[in-house]
Design a protein around this ligand. Sequence first.
Ligand SMILES: *Cc1c(COP(=O)(O)O)cnc(C)c1O
Length: 365
Amino acid sequence: MIPAAYAVLDLNALVHNLEKVHGCAPDAKVMAVIKANGYGHGLVRIAQALHAADGFAVARVDEGVRLRKAGITNRVAVLEGFTCGEELDVLLHNQLEPVVHSFTQLDILAARTGPEVCAVWLKLDTGMNRLGFKAKDFNAAYQRLNACPIVKKPANLMTHLANADDKQDAMTLRQIQLFNDTVENLPGERSIANSAGILGWPQSLADWVRPGVMLYGISPFPDSTGVQLGLKPIMSLHSRLIAVKQIKPGDTVGYGAGWLCKNAATLGVVAIGYGDGYPRYARTGTPVLVNGKRAPLVGRVSMDMITVDLSAQPNAKPGDAVTLWGDGLAVEEIAECAGTIPYTLVCGITPRVQLVEADMDRSGW
Ligand SMILES: *Cc1c(COP(=O)(O)O)cnc(C)c1O
């Protein structure tokens, strides 16, 4: 039995997208960013498919632990670092590499005498104003880190770009300049670029790049799709029609009577909603593919269902295939229609949606 809502993952495309990273940054090592359950695609599955990456980055310690429990042996950086000694214990035990961004963390590190060794990523805040030491504090932080017996020397050095998806904004060049100036005389490998840096700012490549969204075949830029950039999307989201009906002028559809029918129409009900992670704020007119042809969403998205105008294909019937995003319908376009970014759509797929790999035998469904 085919589940009503499912997502198909083309893992072979991950390798293609990783190649694209290498093409843009031929001299850099790649730290594949797989936080937030591999951007919704499955943490361990993505790590296994990307075993050729030089390392991984996750946001939290528990994500790193899940990787180790699954037998992943690549280097793993933990982008949010740690906030207490217990968390540092877990990092050490699992040989995870924390980002060090605060003096509180330096105090915790300095209190340890070993024998463990901890590789770290010392973070400079070049303008994001989220995590990292300010430039004026960086040298002091570096010296204190260097004095910590358990820290592996030399520390790796990193920063994060705040607006690299806007190719016109000179802020990115200022951030790169500040980073390069601040770390100029320090040993240690350097890392600046996220996907937008890799694709748009060659000055940001450095020793390590940190691609996230582009690995999943999605564009970091608002004015292009992953496909247009030569990437291959990993995820497509599918469901099916569960009812088809005729409605007449004056009828309204859905909660809040959110859509008023002006001409007689054929309405399709699709088994997907915000309970699956389909965006609640997708507006009337958002395209879906019914039997491979575009049909506009009408009315409000509800928890388990959406409604679409099938007037252009009145012969559609319950059971017919519906694609919410995927081949022929970019997740970037859906994000635009929902007033969000594609990152939130793939990250937001809920556990109710079955994730299946493209080459999996689905005869047992
Ligand atoms: C999430 C993240 C990345 C990856 O960003 P993308 O835009 O998905 O490429 C890189 N570095 C840091 C510090 C991050 O938090």
